[in-house]
Design a protein around this ligand. Structure first.
Ligand SMILES: [Zn+2]
Length: 312
């Protein structure tokens, strides 16, 4: 499943390609992938520009431009309304913004939240470049370029107004790469979690974006066994884990994460970290550091990889 580095790679590459561009057409072939009726989903996305792509944990947030922006802020602003949005006039203004004070700049813009979960991926390009996979959602931009969302069986592409988005994001813990997060705050948050250190790291309410692969990688880098109780991990070890978390993510982002589906034709960046994983998915292979075999086990229904000699 894609984690922080994979989504960060997608975020950067998507912003280079689609930021500021208008979604001309939306196709949804699997209704369950979206959270509103397909007609409504299309109406809220078609004709909107994707202002930018942000990331929250393992989710990508496609920020749509403000449908009502042209009519907010009073005098003459409407004159600046882009042409070609005829259909918009027939829509009702969202309830939340009725009577809102213009000064408050009540945000009415929608955001698309994408979670790829297991098996999801994206492709950006023309139809002849796209992989032969069933897409659950396809966005068409100008010049025939399309953004395909593949493998969204468990994953989803939901549309949220500002308040719904706020509610959704409030369940996530902080970004582990937030520059304001230091080793002490990192340790304090982990200490509040119960159970094994690996599962504290992958709890999205503790930190958002760490999953199965990178938890194992950062625990290997820090020399800590993944199934040790968090309560038994001492301060010095948690400081090492903080440094390992930062360096593991920095390297994984630099090499485009470990998932190998390219985002576009000629994409050389995506998946470059796969060969650099030290323990994840390497059960039985020799450890890079000591030559001993990597142990693969399972706990809470999840795979766990580590080196018995290098981690304690
Ligand atoms: Zn080892």
């Amino acid at each position: 499943m894609p984690e922080l580095p994979e989504m960060e790679t997608y975020r950067t590459m998507l912003n280079e390609r689609i930021a500021g561009r208008v979604v001309r057409d939306v196709e949804v072939t699997r209704e369950k992938t979206v959270n509103v009726p397909v007609d409504e989903f299309r109406r809220r996305v078609e004709g909107r520009a994707i202002e930018r792509v942000d990331r929250a944990g393992k989710m990508l947030l496609f920020r749509l431009d403000d449908r009502w922006g042209a009519t907010r802020g009073g005098g003459g602003a409407a004159a600046g309304a882009p042409a070609g949005r005829g259909g918009v006039a027939t829509l009702e203004r969202p309830e939340a913004s009725v009577g809102a004070d213009a000064d408050a700049g009540a945000a009415t813009a929608d955001t698309l939240a994408l979670h790829l979960m297991l098996g999801g991926s994206m492709f950006y390009g023309s139809p002849d470049e796209a992989p032969d996979r069933t897409a659950q959602v396809v966005f068409t931009f100008d010049a025939g370029k399309k953004l395909y969302f593949h493998g969204l069986r468990l994953g989803y592409l939901h549309i949220y107004g500002p308040e719904e988005l706020e509610t959704k994001l409030s369940k996530l813990g902080p970004n582990p790469l937030d520059p304001a997060l230091d080793a002490e705050a990192f340790a304090a948050r982990l200490r509040r979690a119960r159970g094994a250190i690996k599962f504290a790291l992958t709890d999205q309410a503790v930190f958002a974006g760490i999953g199965n692969c990178y938890a194992d990688e950062m625990l290997f880098a820090a020399g800590i066994l993944p199934l040790r109780k968090t309560a038994d991990v001492d301060d010095a070890e948690l400081r090492r884990l903080f440094a390992a978390m930062r360096s593991t993510f920095a390297e994984a982002i630099r090499y485009g994460g470990y998932m190998e589906d390219p985002l576009y034709a000629g994409d050389e960046r995506t998946g470059g970290y796969n060969d650099r994983c030290k323990v994840y998915d390497r059960g039985g292979e020799p450890c890079d550091r000591c030559g001993g075999p990597i142990t693969k086990t399972e706990s809470n229904g999840r795979k766990v990889f580590y080196c018995e000699r290098c981690q304690r």
